[in-house]
Design a protein around this ligand. Structure first.
Ligand code: NAD
Ligand code: UDP
Ligand code: UDP
Length: 320
């Protein structure tokens, strides 16, 4: 990390949502980069077990806190990841999801403004909604259904981006906005309902693999270590690199093909079954990552089969 502190010997970095899937990896990498790390989490979808192995490290601190409430700590950089990410999680209490994205972002931006910290927002490909343009570049304005079941997340994240750019213009806050595309890997919660976790869990148990709709919809899956490299590179980039910047793996695959890959890699006897397509499920999703390549020198390095193998190994160790 290039983040410097003007007053402290080591930079202090806050990770909200630090006990979640992506947040826990970020905490690990920041500690390895000799930062002091404050992990803030209300454990709504995250889990203290995700960071249990870091607790021996004196430079690591966990605070149980909901970012919808003000937080006063002295920090040099903030990664704002707090927000449930899986559709079943963020739709369970949609009002809370919008609040976390909007009120939570205001609090973290207020904290950044007061401390002069640089702040990165974990935004999402969902700001593009069910995209009318394919693949999606940062200039595409998106096609989000304002009143649909996914809107609490999509519109919440869109409003958070607006807040980030307004704090930047109004208060000169140093911002970074990453639009994260589907990311997977070891340590995902096996019950989070996301497609990779569902399929691997089902395949390992030889249970039916649930294709929502016909399975012709596409996604582009990025392995977690590549995503963390991208987020760290963006945080380290010069101040004028604010984003929004797509981070994801442009290898696009149908959900049916994903199921077939998982079956092949696990040697499972699972059959494919069809279940109804969830409300407003985007038909296609694939990032254009030229901006990340140019501004950060970043592109993903782990292919889907390799990433799935590593994830399957981890699920096998935890579930069987
Ligand atoms: P996750 O659910 O594993 O982690 C989110 C963490 O935030 C959890 O630990 C949860 O307890 C915490 N949290 C939720 N609301 C909070 C609140 N009000 N106050 C404090 N903590 C709170 O999800 P993840 O996959 O690690 O995603 C992390 C971030 O990245 C999210 O903001 C998500 O929207 C974004 N993102 C993730 C993906 C992906 O594919 N994983 C894709 C796009 C965007
Ligand atoms: N805030 C915070 N920690 C801080 C500074 C501010 O949580 O260190 C919160 C504060 O509660 C406020 C929000 O961030 O409601 C926005 O702060 P800002 O200074 O932008 O606005 P104001 O205080 O004028 O509402
Ligand atoms: N999906 C599926 N079966 C499952 C879980 C998800 O077919 O058991 C589909 C879902 O309808 C979507 C895609 O897989 O089209 C990705 O779903 P996920 O919830 O992982 O993320 P999203 O990109 O929709 O936020």
């Amino acid at each position: 990390m290039q983040i410097r502190s003007s007053t402290r010997s080591r930079p202090v970095v806050l990770v909200t949502g630090g006990a979640g899937f992506l947040g826990s990896y970020l905490c690990e990498r920041l500690l390895a980069a000799h930062c002091d790390v404050i992990c803030v989490d209300n454990f709504y979808t995250g889990n203290a077990d995700n960071v249990a192995h870091l607790r021996r490290e004196p430079r690591f601190e966990v605070i149980r806190h909901d970012i919808n409430f003000p937080l006063y700590v002295e920090v040099d950089a903030i990664f704002n990841l707090a927000c449930p990410a899986s559709p079943i999680h963020y739709q369970r209490d949609p009002v809370q999801t919008t609040k976390t994205n909007v009120q939570g972002a205001i609090n973290m931006l207020g904290l950044a403004k007061r401390t002069g910290a640089r702040i990165l927002q974990a935004s999402t490909s969902e700001v593009y909604g069910d995209p009318g343009v394919h693949p999606q570049s940062e200039t595409y304005g998106g096609n989000v259904d304002v009143t649909g079941a996914r809107a609490c997340y999509d519109e919440g994240k869109r409003c958070a981006e607006t807040l980030f750019f307004d704090y930047h213009r109004q208060h000169a806050t140093e911002i970074k906005v990453a639009r994260i595309f589907n990311t997977y890997g070891p340590r995902m919660h096996p019950g989070d309902g996301r497609v990779v976790s569902n399929f691997i869990r089902q395949a390992l148990a030889d249970e039916p693999i649930t294709l929502y709709g016909q399975g012709n919809q596409t996604r582009s899956f990025c392995y977690v270590s590549d995503m963390i490299d991208g987020l760290l590179a963006l945080m380290d980039a010069p101040a004028l690199v604010t984003g929004p910047i797509n981070l994801g793996n442009p290898y696009e695959i149908t959900i049916r093909e994903l199921a077939e890959r998982v079956i092949a890699l696990t040697g499972s006897r699972s059959a494919l079954v069809h279940e109804p397509l969830p409300d407003r499920d985007p038909a296609r999703r694939c990032p254009v990552i030229e901006r990340a390549r140019d501004a950060l020198g970043w592109s993903p390095t782990i292919g889907l089969d390799e990433g799935l193998r590593l994830t399957i190994e981890d699920f096998r160790a935890r579930l069987t």
